[in-house]
Design a protein around this ligand. Structure first.
Ligand SMILES: NC(=O)c1ccc[n+]([C@@H]2O[C@H](COP(=O)([O-])OP(=O)(O)OC[C@H]3O[C@@H](n4cnc5c(N)ncnc54)[C@H](OP(=O)(O)O)[C@@H]3O)[C@@H](O)[C@H]2O)c1
Length: 256
């Protein structure tokens, strides 16, 4: 097992991509700490993951608020374990036309998608073992690719910032031996995606589904499990010389 005895923190680990990454880590023997808001869903996820014989702890908190962020950092520090891997995955996707985006939407997008990875990583780096820490930021193809019918200024700005932050953190944390990389998924069939599609008018939903099929060279959108392999690689010593990289895991979307 490639992550035995490792301890990994996964934000947004109760559902979607975060849960799939947690499952992949569990299969490789890592103990886990999952962070999300809903305590019941966290408990369910933890119980399912613990069946593979690993230890799972949870912290229920809103990472979009400074108080929640501080509590998460304090509770993880209180566990008394070295943090080998941090996956900054919890995120929000708000699609509104640029000219209609309001301050509350802007502040929430920045708070969860940028401020939380920035300060949670800052708080957990002192808990990372020298020369072994791995930070994995979950970005998106929307950092650089825009789609018709998906007005993404709010979302794109946060994921672009996360990519820049990934490289800058990789540079600054390299002397400690801490690696920082990002995964930029294409469209993945999760609740987040289903919610944003459901919020569109019906004809726009149909047009979006048609467009998506044409856009993906590999002929399909992703499943959350498609992200597990790259996350395990980045968390493991196999990626010992990999830092500051943004991995497009997107069925070929961004080569078109
Ligand atoms: N799905 C896609 O097509 C896609 C594509 C590219 C990139 N991404 C990125 O992948 C990441 C995960 O997306 P997903 O589709 O897997 O989302 P998801 O299915 O909605 O899952 C989101 C997870 O984050 C948690 N979460 C949400 N808001 C939170 C908050 N304020 N504080 C703490 N935890 C929070 C949720 O639990 P609670 O609701 O209980 O808090 C849940 O565990 C995001 O960063 C997203 O931008 C997604």
């Amino acid at each position: 097992m490639r992550l035995s005895r490792a301890f990994a923190v996964v934000t947004g680990g109760s559902d979607g991509i975060g849960y799939a990454i947690a499952q992949a880590f569990a299969r490789e023997g890592a103990d886990l700490c999952l962070v999300a808001r809903n305590a019941d869903r966290l408990a369910d996820a933890a119980a399912r993951l613990a069946r593979s014989g690993i230890q799972v702890t949870t912290v229920a908190a809103d990472l979009g608020h400074p108080v929640g962020l501080e509590r998460v950092a304090a509770e993880i520090a209180g566990l008394g374990r070295a943090v080998d891997v941090l996956v900054n995955n919890a995120g929000t996707a708000t699609f509104v036309p640029y000219l209609e985006a309001d301050r509350a939407q802007y502040d929430h997008s920045i708070a969860l998608n940028v401020t939380a990875p920035f300060f949670l990583t800052q708080a957990l780096v002192p808990l990372m073992p020298a020369a072994r820490g791995s930070v994995i930021n979950i970005s998106s193809y929307f950092s650089g690719k825009m789609l018709p019918g998906r007005p993404s200024s709010l979302y794109s700005l946060t994921k672009g910032a996360l990519n820049s932050l990934t490289k800058a953190m990789a540079y600054e944390l390299a002397p400690r031996g801490i690696r920082v990389n990002a995964i930029a998924p294409g469209t993945v069939d999760t609740d987040l995606r289903r919610r944003t599609i459901a919020a569109m008018p019906e004809d726009a939903q149909r047009a979006m589904e048609e467009l998506v099929k044409r856009l993906y060279p590999l002929g399909r959108i992703g499943q959350a499990s498609d992200l597990g392999g790259i996350a395990v690689f980045l968390a493991s010593s196999e990626a010992a010389w990999t830092t500051g990289a943004i991995f497009a895991i997107d069925g070929g979307l961004t080569i078109t």
